[in-house]
Design a protein around this ligand. Sequence first.
Ligand SMILES: NC(=O)c1ccc[n+]([C@@H]2O[C@H](COP(=O)([O-])OP(=O)(O)OC[C@H]3O[C@@H](n4cnc5c(N)ncnc54)[C@H](OP(=O)(O)O)[C@@H]3O)[C@@H](O)[C@H]2O)c1
Length: 289
Amino acid sequence: MTAPTAPDSAVSTHLVVTGARGQVGRELLRLAPAARGYGRAELDITDPSAVRAVLAPGDVVLNCAAYTAVDRAETEIEAAYVGNETGPAVLAAACADLGARLIHLSTDYVFPGTHDRPYDTTDPTGPATVYGKSKLAGEQALLARCPDAHVVRTAWVYAGRGGDFVATMLRLERERDTVDVVDDQLGSPTYAADLAAALLELAGRPDAPRVLHATNAGQASWFELARAVFAGVGADQGRVRPCDSSAHPRPARRPAYSVLSPRSWNEAGLTPLRDWRTALEDALVRVSD
Ligand SMILES: NC(=O)c1ccc[n+]([C@@H]2O[C@H](COP(=O)([O-])OP(=O)(O)OC[C@H]3O[C@@H](n4cnc5c(N)ncnc54)[C@H](OP(=O)(O)O)[C@@H]3O)[C@@H](O)[C@H]2O)c1
């Protein structure tokens, strides 16, 4: 995949984006401006009558709404399940009844993170965090109510804005001489714009498998990603220093290894996502504009 492209207009007029003010939702609406986008204030996906009021037969719903506060979820358990299980269940029931399609985002955190090879869609799940458990519950609730829905697991998403990891590294590069970043967690850094383009392609492919993985290709540790950010803006990579997770204890224990295999996506004939380093270069150009 090169630069993300817009879908054809026939598909985009039936596209509905929920969670439209989040980082993936915003990219979807940028690439598909004819889509109907609803932020949380306009549509709470846990409200069945509100959901049914905005959907119509033939719609393709791209659900980007979720409870995404991974650390807070460890104590806000009910809120995590409401956002990540009840919400998808409500959407799925409405889509099944109305004859709308549903594409739902899930996460690498549904896996235990103990592999030393990429997780495939056929691998057993086993989340270690409340966030991961609530997202897995959402996948199951969704597929039970809407068997034609697609679950797309992604990982380590950034746009380079707000408080995401890439944006944080750009800020720390300006503010600090050195930054210590964990080097013992491996994952699949994914540019939100590339993910959005991939979801829009899937919107035109109802025949694709129910569960798919979509991330930029390759793998990295957070340390390697941080170094690539520094290098990308012409800063000395040596200012980023590796450390262990134990140096930054967090309420939710992150998987040590959560790289997602692109097999399901690529074998479906969907456009392979490009390497994460190339995608990051584009993201850095865009945020500097
Ligand atoms: N970001 C990542 O690294 C990552 C990795 C793997 C998977 N994912 C998945 O990818 C999807 C999109 O993530 P993202 O990074 O775009 O997340 P995000 O930036 O946190 O956006 C999520 C949006 O959903 C909204 N929302 C929460 N509860 C809602 C509800 N009940 N009804 C309607 N909207 C609601 C949030 O609004 P408020 O802010 O007002 O709560 C927020 O605008 C999620 O399913 C997430 O689990 C993300």
